[in-house]
Design a protein around this ligand. Sequence first.
Ligand code: ZN
Length: 504
Amino acid sequence: MSRSGPARSGPEPVGVGALGRISHDLRVTGSPTPGLEELRLHDTRTRQVRRFVPLAPPKVGIYSCGPTVYAPQHLGNMRSQLFPDLLRRVLMAAGYDVTYVTNITDVGHLVADRDDTDDKMELAAAESGKSAAEIADLYTEQWADDRRRLGCLEPDIRPKAASHIAEQIAMVEALEAQRHTYLIDDGVYFDVATFPRYAEFAHLDLDGLATRGRVEHIEAKRHPADFALWKLTPPGVERQQEWDSPWGRGFPGWHIECSAMATKYLGDRFDIHTGGIDHVHPHHTNEVAQSECVLDVHPWVGTWLHNEFLDLGGEKISKSAGHVLTVDSLVERGIDPLAFRYFFLQAHYRQQQAFSFEAVEAAGTALRRVIGHAVAARDAGGTPDPAKVEPHRRRFWSALADDLNAPQALAAVWEAVRAADLAPADVWAFLADADRALGFGLIEAKAPDADQSGSDPRIDTLVAERQAARDRKDFATADRIRDELAAEGIELVDTATGPSWSRR
Ligand SMILES: [Zn+2]
């Protein structure tokens, strides 16, 4: 495969929060950021938290699997956008020149990630009466807008699968020439038996897969793990999206698009690939197999990062589970989308996070408090004392350097705004710097509406629950509630007349 340099297009990245348009020049970091001298990330392939070392510093290439644009993206999908946005911001703050690529899947992604079901785009087109291209445009723009409302930086490159058919055919041809494929009526398949490392990436039990029988109704597949590289349009069928190929009219399999586009824009090997945890197998396992065969490289990607699900009562939030929760669902309830960003930062990306509107509303309250502190400190003016700010910066950034420990970084934010020894100018210096990762748009933020400190029934209830737990000597529960309140910026004071609370 030919290696081509990153083709930057469009303006420089711009972060846009709900609070207004904000220019972020995160590439210019000046002096090194304290705490980010060494970055440690959890790599899925090796199952280890390892020191991050780029292939060709200061450049870092990141590829994130993007949306299949047949429907609005639910909030679980958006967690897979917020997580690499945080990663990218931390790398930029560490001084790296990051190229961020995320793809648009507008063809080839079959229902339930299988080879024997229908293409999600064709199904959506048939159901809506719109063309597949119209649907792709509609939901691509909605996804891009949702990202902006969540404070994500614009991708440097966002290639579309249907615009990279030639690259995908070329990769399948190369795999065929290397005898990694076989042709059946259904299409061209990758033969996993030709890639001995196939099971390594996801720790798969291939023999178990083989003996458990075939769940897919493609009888000619040699092994259940074999996967489609090029699907042939059956005789008599006409698809909206199909192309000529050396094997006949058809369309690319889902996995090949990411191998082809990542390689085109980031080179034969690159630093970081991200995706949701559900992509480890089959999608990323298959990307690795194709890419390492055709490019003759290992490892193809330096670090693989996967985020856990957003959880709704034990069920992952997805369209198939009957819950279509989107950024618009938040707005309809009067919740600032950036509250969801704050909520995302309250859990580590490798932990499942339980979703509820109440939890996101609470995150919104905490966010307004942060913004209130930021605006007051910013407008107070004055000159910061770097020696006083430095330890707080170090605490904040070293939390993120430790495999993106965002909850700990948020704790460092609250410590700084409460620190008795910091003047307003110091607090503002800290927050303006931290916002490079937080992405709340503090530089141009307006003062939030005055809130009703001391008259919040939900907080009053939690405080009462904590007091009841203390009374029955259930100190574990009492401490848990106090910690939860602290994470919202609420401070409890036990007085002789009972507990009182205040927002800080
Ligand atoms: Zn992908």
